[in-house]
Design a binder for this molecule. Structure first.
Ligand SMILES: C[S@@+](CC[C@H](N)C(=O)[O-])C[C@H]1O[C@@H](n2cnc3c(N)ncnc32)[C@H](O)[C@@H]1O
Length: 285
């Protein structure tokens, strides 16, 4: 008999931590996933988000001196590379990712500009002692984790008064609401009809289930305070008036790539509500 838990999970109706982990592994733990993530910053709607995020984090870090820095959920190591290139010798960088493929790619990706300490591991159980790092970054990864445990771990490994920078998708933005409530469900529905009408597997529309679970900025700050982190700044980034699928049109992708990066983020004012993601900067108490 079919496992009812697995069946509900496959339908996207259940998202326990095991199911979420399997989805994240399936999405990120291949050499091809690492290479295409590293490449896509220039060419796609998701690339727009990543470019805006990396630029903003660099701006924030420019106000701080270097030190020991953990990039947890580092992916293919684009931020490590940017920091090693732009501020050589200032940071001692440790990268961690649950995907061995990402870690392999990351190590290769930076080796012409510097070195990183690389570890495969989980954000929810970081393999480092307490108060090890001056700076902890988690960019584009928290939404895939058990958020409460991951934040507790980040707080634990950051030294008192150390800097913590966390990013999170903005579940209240028009962009994410359209993407999650309309766009992906419609794509899946089209796929179901295509299957019924005998369209071959490789030509059907598919929308992978990602395991993402995002929280609004007020909730994230609350979780951070509980873990002993004091939020000092919140910035919304990847500000866009577009919603999917319009932003996936090639002309729109080209247009988005020409927007100056300083105009893709905002601290206050109504435009920040159009940010598809946000960042919280905090100090370890
Ligand atoms: C969207 S990518 C972000 C990559 C990079 N931080 C950036 O900003 O370009 C998310 C990364 O988080 C990693 N990740 C997801 N869940 C994780 C977990 N529980 N522990 C460690 N890494 C995780 C994935 O393997 C993936 O490489």
């Amino acid at each position: 008999m079919a496992d009812p838990v697995r069946t509900l999970a496959d339908m996207g109706l259940l998202q326990g931590s095991t199911v979420r982990k399997e989805r994240v592994t399936a999405q990120y733990d291949t050499a091809q996933a690492a290479a295409s993530y590293a490449e896509y910053t220039g060419r796609s709607a998701s690339g727009r988000t990543v470019r805006s995020r990396h630029h903003l984090v660099q701006q924030i870090l420019s106000q701080h001196s270097g030190g020991s820095l953990l990039d947890a959920g580092c992916g293919p190591g684009m931020m490590a590379r940017l920091l090693l290139q732009s501020r050589p010798g200032e940071f001692s960088i440790t990268v961690l990712d649950q995907s061995a493929a990402m870690i392999r790619y990351c190590t290769e990706n930076v080796k012409d500009v510097g070195t990183v300490h690389a570890t495969v591991g989980q954000l929810e159980a970081l393999p480092f002692g307490g108060a090890t790092f001056d700076i902890a970054l988690v960019m584009g990864a928290l939404e895939y984790t058990d958020i409460r445990s991951a934040i507790r771990e980040i707080a634990r490994i950051t030294r008192p008064d150390g800097l913590v920078i966390l990013t999170m998708l903005n579940p209240l933005s028009p962009y994410r609401l359209t993407e999650w409530m309309l766009y992906w469900p419609l794509v899946r529905l089209v796929g179901v009809f295509e299957r019924l009408f005998g369209v071959p597997c490789g030509r059907r529309h598919v929308a992978r289930l990602t395991g993402i679970r995002a929280v609004p900025a007020s909730r994230l700050q609350q979780l951070m305070r509980h873990a002993g982190l004091i939020p000092v700044d919140v910035v919304h980034y990847d500000i866009t008036p577009m919603v999917p699928p319009l932003d996936r049109l090639p002309a729109m992708v080209r247009r988005a790539s020409r927007v100056p990066l300083d105009r893709t983020w905002q601290r206050s004012g109504w435009r920040r509500l159009l940010g598809t993601a946000y960042i919280v900067v905090a100090r370890r108490s």
